[in-house]
Design a protein around this ligand. Structure first.
Ligand code: AMP
Length: 282
């Protein structure tokens, strides 16, 4: 497994793959890998000849006061996990390599960034769009595997790849959960034992709401109230948002349709957790 530190090294590795007519699969991550990330890597390994995983905690997608400095890191462990799976290359640039002095370019994706996390984390998706564009330009992968756990991010990156003709096929992967339903996240490490128990209410609320839809409820307002009530009943939980949106536009909807996704962000202790689920039965 090659460990690449600069854009130039990354591009040379990619050129070599292209010369050998090998397809390149890419999994972007911020490291501190868990089974969710590893499932994405396995999907990429199934679909491409060569797989590169990026490990880069991207400062431009964090706002001041967020957890950039505390974000968990364990580079050696990440390398071991990737090596075991048969990853071909790791791209792990320093911040200065990605954003050298004088850097001043922005990438703005418009409508799909306006709601949900875009509303509550101003600038977040500008940072995501920028780093993903840079990574796609350095790597030129044929495909990138991304998790539905970050549902809006997936929609933003699909839009970006299409709008800018980046030519990267975006492969969505379902959310990987712990056996009790908690969506895997590097940020779960912030949770105390009690908080982790409270955090299960996110998944529980999504399941309860989906059950209501199955039984015929279509009014989004009623579903949101139910989800909020389940989460608010738990200690340590502070809801940031619960919305039901159309999965293509990310716009709020009032009635459940086959495109309806419930998405939520909840502070559990100091961890900001997100989760989502499609609501249409079947
Ligand atoms: P992150 O390291 O949090 O930036 O995530 C890197 C990639 O892994 C993104 O495409 C995420 O959506 C994906 N991911 C993170 N957690 C999960 C999960 N529990 N299930 C599936 N994909 C995930």
């Amino acid at each position: 497994m090659e460990i690449l530190r600069t854009n130039a090294e990354m591009s040379r590795w990619r050129d070599e793959c292209y010369r050998k007519k090998q397809t390149v699969g890419f999994v972007p991550t911020m490291g501190y890998l868990h089974r969710g990330h590893l499932a994405l890597v396995e999907e990429a390994l199934r679909r491409a000849d060569q797989v590169v995983v990026s490990i880069f905690v991207n400062p431009t997608q964090f706002s001041p006061g967020e957890d950039l400095d505390q974000y968990p890191r364990d580079f050696e462990r990440d390398l071991d996990l990737c090596r075991e799976l048969g990853v071909h290359a790791i791209f792990a640039p320093e911040v200065e390599e990605m954003y050298p002095a004088g850097f001043q370019t922005r990438v703005l994706v418009d409508r799909v960034t306006q709601n949900l996390c875009g509303l509550h984390r101003p600038g977040h998706f500008d940072g995501v769009a920028l780093v993903v564009t840079k990574l796609f330009c350095a790597i030129h992968p044929h495909l990138a595997v991304m998790g539905e756990k970050d549902f809006q991010q997936l929609v933003v990156v699909k839009r970006l790849s299409k709008d800018l003709n980046l030519g990267v096929e975006i492969i969505p992967h379902p959310t990987v959960r712990e056996s009790d339903g908690l969506a895997m996240s590097s940020r779960n490490t912030y949770l105390s034992k009690e908080e982790r128990q409270s955090a299960l209410s996110l998944y529980r609320s999504l399941l309860a709401v989906r059950e209501m839809v199955k039984e015929g409820e279509r009014r989004v307002e009623v579903l949101i109230d139910r989800a909020k009530a389940i989460i608010e009943a738990e200690p340590h939980c502070k809801i940031q948002y619960v919305h039901v949106v159309d999965e293509d536009t990310m716009a709020d909807i009032a009635e459940v349709t086959p495109m309806a996704v419930m998405a939520m962000a909840v502070f559990v202790g100091k961890a900001r957790l997100i989760d989502n689920m499609r609501l249409w039965p079947g």
